[in-house]
Design a protein around this ligand. Structure first.
Ligand code: SF4
Length: 421
């Protein structure tokens, strides 16, 4: 590797390596489902608790139906306003999409089915407490694509967080459903693509408990694993509980020290990599050929439309964020108006920084020509000498070693000093 030479002469071919960030026709849709049975203590996602009754209850049913009507209306508006082509991916996230139940989920799928390619990827985030026999059967047999007779089922991403009931209680996840049982039910029903979502760095998560979670994941062998570090967010019930504990170790399990979290993260990466999982993003792992295509598209800065309250869209130089309130969102769409939202113009420097930031998390190469204006060349050379980035043939890539600290690395790479504060 010769950092100085490579950086000094980015090749024209490398500059044409990928489309400009967020440019081009829309082929990816995210639908935000803003309902949960109950709020978890650590979460600040936009969602409303609809109670333990979940799918039951006339008032809840009315709200869920009004929500689906809103998605139908918003999709028609956005489809008319953008260059939307045959869709490669559809992602239903939340919130808790599985709480809608098979009939409403099928209605949403009906809406998009004519616009999906035959091999489109459809993902539904699912919580274990929603996985009964009928849900598992629907997920296994639903037809994501428009091809007649093709019933491949949807991809299910199962929200586990930890297999330890005690640690789930620390997170304030009150549902009693056993995630291993839910996973087994989905697999037995024939769901062909299964992922698990987990969290590490939970207060009280000892090395033994983390080891048990890793062992269970390897035993279940899902297609994909998302394993995020817990972020204790100000304003959440968990942050308040930790603050109230005030460092008294008997009042609350100790918050893991940073180096303990880092060691846990390295252990996860090592354990899953040895078991054949590709570590394809800072917090994501997949068996060969089983990466989440929707996530990869977003990380490659492809344009995407978000529908639903709080959903974000990024198309070209515009980022649009819907306001979080479901009632106002649904009322505006029912009246034939755009939902309340804010629009932000993304200048070239912001788009270049986002491109590098996203690519860094995946270890993808980016042409230096795309990001040269926003990075500090001296810092790039220093990081290359330390083996944290690779500069090669007019491109920059964050190495596996650098990926452990990808976010901090990017901030230090950026030329704009204000971003380091
Ligand atoms: S963690 Fe998931 S289930 Fe819990 S409140 Fe947040 S979105 Fe809802």
């Amino acid at each position: 590797m010769n950092a100085g030479r490579d950086e000094a002469a980015p090749k024209a071919a490398a500059a044409a390596w990928a489309p400009a960030p967020f440019e081009g026709p829309v082929r990816h849709i995210y639908v935000h489902v803003p309902f949960c049975r109950a709020r978890c203590d650590y979460c600040d996602f936009a969602s409303e608790a609809v109670g333990a009754g979940g799918r039951a209850g006339a008032e809840v049913a009315r709200r869920l139906d009004a929500y689906v009507d809103g998605v139908v209306a918003e999709w028609e508006r956005e489809r008319a306003a953008h260059d939307v082509r045959r869709l490669h991916t559809l992602y239903l996230g939340g919130g808790t999409p599985s709480l809608l139940g098979p009939e409403r989920l099928e209605r949403l799928l009906e809406l998009f089915r004519p616009h999906l390619t035959p091999h489109a990827e459809v993902t539904v985030e699912t919580n274990p407490e929603d996985v009964d026999e009928s849900y598992a059967a629907w997920a296994a047999a639903a037809a994501p694509g428009p091809a007649p007779g093709v019933r491949r089922g949807v991809r299910v991403s199962l929200g586990v967080q930890s297999f330890s009931a005690a640690l789930r209680a620390v997170l304030g996840r009150t549902a009693r459903a056993d995630p291993v049982e839910a996973f087994g039910r989905l697999r037995a029903a024939g769901v062909a693509s299964l992922g698990l979502d987990l969290i590490h760095g939970i207060p009280g998560q000892t090395p033994e408990l983390l080891g048990a979670d890793i062992a269970t994941v390897l035993d279940l062998r899902p297609d994909r694993v998302s394993w995020y570090e817990l972020d204790v967010i100000e304003g959440t019930a968990l942050a308040a509980r930790l603050a109230a504990a005030g460092g008294d170790p008997s009042a609350m399990p100790a918050d893991p020290m940073d180096d303990v979290r880092a060691a846990g993260y390295r252990r996860i990466v090592r354990g899953l990599s040895r078991a054949g999982y590709d570590w394809y993003e800072v917090s994501n792992f997949a068996l060969p050929g089983r990466k989440a295509r929707h996530n990869v598209a977003v990380w490659r800065a492809r344009p995407y439309l978000g529908l639903g309250p709080a959903a974000v869209s990024t198309v070209g130089a515009t980022r649009r964020t819907n306001a979080a309130g479901t009632a106002a969102w649904a009322a505006a769409l029912a009246a034939g108006e755009a939902p309340p939202r804010v629009e932000e113009a993304l200048d070239a420097a912001t788009r270049a920084r986002e491109r590098l930031f996203l690519a860094a998390r995946c270890g993808e190469r980016v042409p230096l020509a795309e990001v040269a204006a926003v990075i500090d060349q001296t810092a790039a050379r220093t990081f290359a000498q330390a083996g944290l980035v690779s500069l090669h043939s007019g491109t920059i890539r964050v190495t596996r070693k650098g990926r452990h600290v990808a976010d901090q690395l990017c901030v230090r790479l950026f030329r704009d000093q204000r971003l380091r504060e």
